[in-house]
Design a protein around this ligand. Structure first.
Ligand code: BG6
Length: 473
């Protein structure tokens, strides 16, 4: 890997910070989501109800532990840390005229701490945490006014942190709006609404907002780099039957229809044809096309957890579970404890696919294994399964860069310090290289423990990816 390669880890404010009302923070959409499990989905409640536990209220208490956590990242040799800013710490309701100074100070302190260890922050502006007030009062991204609220927030933090941050990501997994619209866009589809119309209109507003923010980032510092962030694992064809092949290829196109706009600066003909087919009529202002065109992103970041299989579904056949979306089961792959299929080679195929399409540098900003870990009495956690998973994915990543010539800015392991799962709300679905003593009900000391994977990753980074083998443990 080249000497500037950004090795690191990733998190999201709502899943790690906790302190959900501290120092003037407002409620975000994740603050009204209950815990869940493999079997039962998380609920969105109308306000906070005493009968439920809301795991994001505590996260892993990064808000209080950030110095210790960043020191651990420094010890592993992180070159970068992908984090997000909670919009509700800066503008608690989203529509205020001036920001909350305490929120800005918190992030300033985090950035100062990162600087001590020469860790480059990669900052997502909106990672599943928009202000609840904007959802209730304005209907969320359905409403064009939200563009201005987001742009004001983005400009505030970009200006304030100009000397600390050069890598920005506008929306986490923007295309997840098609599958789970609540997460990226705070949307709950109401009875009588056309799901497609609401989703794609909201996505359009997000795209315009994203482009405006990209423009601003470039204006204030020509060195700033802004990325889109796509949820994407390549879709395989179940068989070589042309119908299956067509289905898998069109599914790939469907997945990327929204990120395409961020990269190319316009809607693809394919995407517009889909809107026509779905009777979606986008309300656009005259200047929107120009805004999209002038706000193209500099890199394409993405999350990769699994590939998927598309084709004719046969009776009695089960579907594979997955991150937001499901596909057919792939008989050649093993699964994690949550049923997600594990496919390191799929990462190579995915990277090649994205690069051939976009021709801008890629950044793997999420990848990792959610697994149950056991903390032993001596404080150790033997997570060889996670080392195996990461080792195989990194090995494919290296081949993609070194043998296929795909430019890659960096790699960040998802949930590097155990945090709350977005999908299930569980704590026991752990991704970290560092264990956090907290259970699914919020009980625990919140103490941090280094897992075996911690020492392994440190060696990976020290050797700049040369030593992936487990004998270095
Ligand atoms: C991504 C999200 O979709 O997947 C993260 O950006 C999330 O926020 C990650 O945590 C893993 O999913 P889960 O449901 O296992 O937490």
């Amino acid at each position: 890997m080249n000497g500037n390669f950004l090795w690191g880890g990733a998190s999201a404010a709502n899943q790690c910070e906790g302190a959900y009302l501290k120092d003037g923070k407002g409620l975000s959409i994740m603050d009204v989501m209950t815990g869940g499990s493999k079997e039962s989905k998380r609920k969105i409640t109308n306000g906070i109800k005493s009968e439920y536990y809301y795991p994001n209220h505590d996260g892993n208490r990064f808000y209080d532990h950030y110095k210790e956590d960043i020191a651990l990242m420094g010890e592993m040799g992180f070159k970068c840390y992908r984090m997000s800013i909670a919009w509700t710490r800066i503008f608690p309701n989203g529509d205020e005229e001036s920001p909350n100074e305490a929120g800005l100070t918190f992030y300033e302190n985090v950035f100062k701490e990162l600087k001590k260890y020469n860790i480059e922050p990669i900052v997502t502006l909106s990672h599943y945490e928009m202000p609840l007030h904007l959802v209730k009062e304005y209907g969320s991204w359905r409403n064009r006014k939200v563009i201005d609220f987001f742009v004001t927030y983005a400009k505030t933090v970009m200006k304030r942190f100009k000397n600390y941050v050069q890598y920005w990501i506008t929306f986490n997994e923007i295309n997840a709006i098609e599958f789970m619209p609540y997460y990226p866009a705070g949307l709950v589809i109401q009875e009588g609404e056309s799901r497609d119309q609401v989703i794609y209109q909201a996505a359009h507003h997000m795209l315009v907002a994203s482009a405006k923010v990209v423009r601003y980032a470039h204006e204030i510092n020509s060195e700033n780099k802004v990325g889109c962030m796509a949820l994407f694992g390549v879709n395989y064809s179940r068989t070589c039957h042309p119908d299956d092949v067509l289905k898998s290829e069109l599914t790939n196109q469907d997945f990327l229809g929204i990120p395409d706009v961020q990269v190319f600066g316009y809607y693809s003909d394919y995407q517009l044809a889909q809107y026509k087919k779905k009777n979606v009529i986008l309300a656009m202002n005259t200047e929107d096309e120009e805004i999209l065109k002038s706000g193209k992103v500099d890199f394409c970041s993405f999350s990769y957890y699994m590939s998927m299989v598309q084709g004719e579904h046969r009776e009695g056949e089960s579907f594979a579970k997955g991150n937001m979306v499901a596909g057919l089961e792939n008989p050649y792959l093993k699964k994690n404890q949550w049923g997600w299929q594990i496919d390191p080679v799929g990462l190579r195929i995915t990277m090649n696919y994205l690069y051939q399409k976009y021709r801008i540098p890629l950044f793997i900003v999420e990848n990792g294994l959610g697994a149950e870990d056991t903390l032993l009495e001596d404080g150790s956690v033997h997570d060889q399964y996670r080392v195996d998973y990461l080792e195989k994915h990194l090995s494919e990543m290296k081949k993609t860069v070194e043998e296929d010539g795909v430019p890659l800015i960096g790699y960040t392991v998802w949930g590097c310090i155990d945090l709350v799962s977005a999908g299930s709300g569980e704590m026991k679905k752990r991704y970290g290289l560092v264990y956090v003593d907290k259970d699914d009900c919020g009980k625990g000391t919140y103490k941090r423990y280094k897992k075996d994977s911690f020492y392994w990753y440190k060696e990976v980074i020290t050797s700049n990816g040369k030593n992936l083998g487990r004998n270095e443990l």
